[in-house]
Design a protein around this ligand. Sequence first.
Ligand SMILES: Cc1ncc(COP(=O)(O)O)c(C=O)c1O
Length: 439
Amino acid sequence: MEDNKNIDLIIKKLNIKSNELYFSDFKLNDLANKYGTPLYIVDEELIREKCRLFKKAIKDSLKNNGNILYASKALSAKFIYEIIKDEDLGIDVVSTGEIWTAKFSNFDMSNAFFHSNNKTDFDIQFAINNKIGYFVVDSEEELFLIDKFAKEKNIKQNIFIRITPGIDPHTYEKVATGKVDSKFGFSIETGLAEDIIKKALELKNINLIGFHCHVGSQVFDTQVFFDTIDVMVKFIKFIFEKYHFLVAGLNMGGGFAVRYVKSDKQINIYENVFKICEYIKKKFNENSLEMPQIYFEPGRSIVADSSITIYTVGSVKKIPNYKNYISVDGGMGDNIRYALYGAKYTYLPISNVLDEFDETYDIVGRFCESGDELQRNVKLPSNIKRGDRIACLTTGAYQYSMASNYNRVGKPMMIMISNGKIREVIKRETLDDIIRLDV
Ligand SMILES: Cc1ncc(COP(=O)(O)O)c(C=O)c1O
């Protein structure tokens, strides 16, 4: 390995040989030549490593009282459910599309939690017909519909209720969900949470298991989880004393932050999750409450830093005294996170990596929107030109899953590195795919 002290190799298995960028021993330029760009590249081992870290942390602290569910909205495709099944994790799904994909990977749906703040009648029936393990109820209408459809099937449906604990997770406003005025869940402060629990306990075809409380995503501060636990345990005690209902499950959601740029703190998953579990035990103990099953629902922290995306540079436009643009062959269609909420990434050239990064560019996409920006003020070499490739790091979460066909551009392909071999896991959309649904 060469001296790369100025290069932000912020994800594992990324390294530099002969001035070229490699990921998991594959030269990125070779992969780009073979598979084309934009190209998502995932490393299977890195995903499995995260699954195991989460599982070990809960096992070491909670013994058999802990469960990890992968929040599959972060990246949903057949191959990922296969890995998650193999690692013996449950899943969180938010749509019939995710349920369907998971089913195609023979995922055991009794180990699936169905979220969404607005499940349609069809969604609810579909989930019940597919024997979903748990609904995470997010509206009163949903509660009554589940009861109705469960009655028609002559079953008692397991549910959790999504509670809004009134916690500010100090993250991007658009991924904060725990505040009282959130569109998700029932807030404790307003009395809506107590009211829906009362109703759920009276319904004959509903089996209320417990509460769910995801407060936000990309949360760096463990204190946010501690504060959430304080609120939730107090509420659980209140409900127990008033209604004699003791939760059998508490789902803390996901939200563990990932390092996208050098200045981001590195989160130690094992330590963080272990500490949170210990705090949960302490709080239940202090309140003389029996420990329920504890669930975590990480999405981003399982897949984000297992992945990179490669683009090819098209035009390089230098507007004297204003700014420099690099346009690439992707953009908001394959990564909308910067346009949506200013989420920052690390970009690197994949050849001549050790050249000086002596110019500042706005990296923009190929889509017809001024807002189609991948990132402003990125330092890269001044000699970058059409045909060169750049890599965007940490792109496993909320990228492919948020991809669109804006401008009728096909979604990129995804390849996975497994045991030193390449497997195509999602094909590149073709022009035929683009018109497939037109009649
Ligand atoms: C209910 C719920 N659980 C889990 C997650 C996963 O969050 P993250 O990917 O930040 O771990 C989300 C993300 O939006 C969520 O809404």
